[in-house]
Ligand binder design. Structure first.
Ligand SMILES: Cc1cc2nc3c(=O)[nH]c(=O)nc-3n(C[C@H](O)[C@H](O)[C@H](O)COP(=O)(O)OP(=O)(O)OC[C@H]3O[C@@H](n4cnc5c(N)ncnc54)[C@H](O)[C@@H]3O)c2cc1C
Length: 406
């Protein structure tokens, strides 16, 4: 087995959250503790484990008493299964699926859908084209409808509206939820609302007491209205589903989707210079801090990865990066899907700026620093060594892809 320490942030979160139903199962078993008189007490029954033949075995390596075992935070959890055999109604959710996977915004939306579905309703997720997601069940999807076909892939809002209308006719969802995002659900939701002749509730950040509250007036006012059938919800509109597993049963449309007039032609993505992308809009940021010792190598790695460069304040103050590259409370608040922090300690002012990033990768020498605690994936090591290895891995990957294409 590999020696690499893999963290499971979800398991760690449950272990900290005393109100979570699986909290008790996540606590380490105590084999010794200090009694009221200061004497150490031991539970002899707690030591050892039952082997495959039913015989008790004692492991003297110390692993069971918290030695090596403490290092692996991964705990297999089987969440209770939430089943809706015969849904009384549906809540339709159209996730953005950026990069073919559920984004954190999509997960918030599924959390909101479960609030609206209660015990009797089922959450129906509608996904267009191919996807790479395999966690629909833990994200809260009861029924999954995948609308396949080239006509739905790429930028095809008109055809997607046709697809949603077909779903609307067959399943008549009580509510429709779409992320009010700039790149996906925001436009699709408004087009769909126009097609079905309904007024959507937009930029909704809370649904409570039969009312939904949305931002209005350039973000300065809240607008409350009775819960609309069509809701375009903002990020953090609800807590994502975390304590149940769902069936994600595949369902199909009984009719074929009508073809829309092809007034829009998607000519594909256009290559852009990552350095020219404003920090607030960059999807992939490669950020350097005081732990970067070779800035030439840092720039070469960012170029090889095709990432937009960012920096901590120390890197900017020291003159290694331009002021407009600073990430954090007194710099730019970024929303990247992937944020790589090289040699950045994770000061609170920096972490504030990356709060909305989806996946954070940290490269750092110090396994105890706050950036490592925030990261979804951590690499403990010397930055220059890791950057050399990254460039080599990217080149090997690209050469392999070229060979396959030839
Ligand atoms: C009012 C105010 C506003 C601020 N606003 C911001 C802001 O917007 N953005 C911001 O970033 N900061 C801001 N700061 C500064 C912030 O508090 C920190 O000082 C700063 O973020 C630290 O930058 P750093 O992590 O790059 O440096 P350090 O704190 O010095 O951390 C360097 C990290 O690199 C690691 N390291 C060292 N050598 C190596 C190596 N060879 N390989 C790998 N890792 C290595 C170390 O373990 C350490 O974790 C603000 C501070 C104040 C007071």
């Amino acid at each position: 087995m590999s020696d690499i320490i893999r963290r499971d942030p979800r398991a760690e979160w449950i272990a900290r959250n005393r109100l979570h139903p699986l909290h008790a199962a996540m606590q380490p078993v105590q084999h010794s503790w200090m009694g009221p008189n200061g004497v150490i007490r031991k539970n002899p029954h707690g030591i050892g484990f039952i082997g495959p033949n039913g015989i008790k075995r004692i492991d003297r390596s110390g692993a069971q008493q918290g030695g090596a075992a403490k290092r692996t935070a991964t705990v297999e959890v089987q969440l209770p299964l939430h089943q809706v055999a015969a849904p009384a109604f549906y809540i339709g959710v159209v996730p953005d699926m950026v990069g073919g996977r559920l984004s954190s915004h999509d997960r918030d939306l599924l959390g909101l859908a479960h609030q609206l579905a209660g015990e009797d309703g089922a959450v129906l997720a509608i996904v267009f084209g191919e996807h790479k997601e395999n966690a629909f069940s833990t994200a809260g999807v009861d029924r999954l409808l995948v609308l396949e076909g080239n006509e739905f892939s790429g930028y095809a809002p008109e055809q997607r509206v046709q697809g949603l209308r077909a779903v609307d006719n067959q399943f008549s969802p009580r509510h429709w939820l779409l992320p009010d995002s700039r790149t996906g659900g925001g436009e699709l939701g408004r087009r769909f609302a126009a097609a079905v002749g309904e007024r959507p509730a937009t930029r909704v950040w809370q649904v409570k007491d039969e009312h939904c509250i949305g931002r209005a007036g350039a973000g300065l006012q809240d607008l409350a209205r009775p819960v609309a059938r069509l809701i375009l919800a903002a990020v953090e509109c609800a807590e994502p589903v975390s304590d149940t597993r769902h069936e994600a049963l595949p369902v199909e449309l009984s009719t074929t989707v009508a073809r829309s007039l092809s007034r829009i032609e998607d000519l594909g993505a256009v290559a852009v210079d990552p350095a020219a992308i404003p920090m607030a809009e960059a999807e992939f940021i490669f950020s350097g801090g005081n732990g970067v010792k070779d800035w030439g190598l840092f720039h070469r790695t960012a170029e090889a990865l095709g990432a937009t460069e960012g920096a901590s304040r120390v890197a900017v103050d020291d003159g290694f990066m331009a002021r407009d590259r600073q990430v954090g409370a007194s710099g730019t608040w970024v929303t990247a899907r992937v944020y790589v922090a090289v040699g950045i300690s994770g000061a609170i002012q920096h972490l504030q700026g990356i709060g909305a990033c989806d996946k954070v990768v940290a490269i750092n020498l110090d396994p105890g620093c706050d950036m490592i605690k925030r990261a979804d994936l951590s690499v403990i090591g010397e930055s220059a060594e890791m950057l050399h290895a990254l460039i080599a891995a990217v080149e090997a990957y690209r050469n392999g892809a070229k060979r396959d294409a030839a």
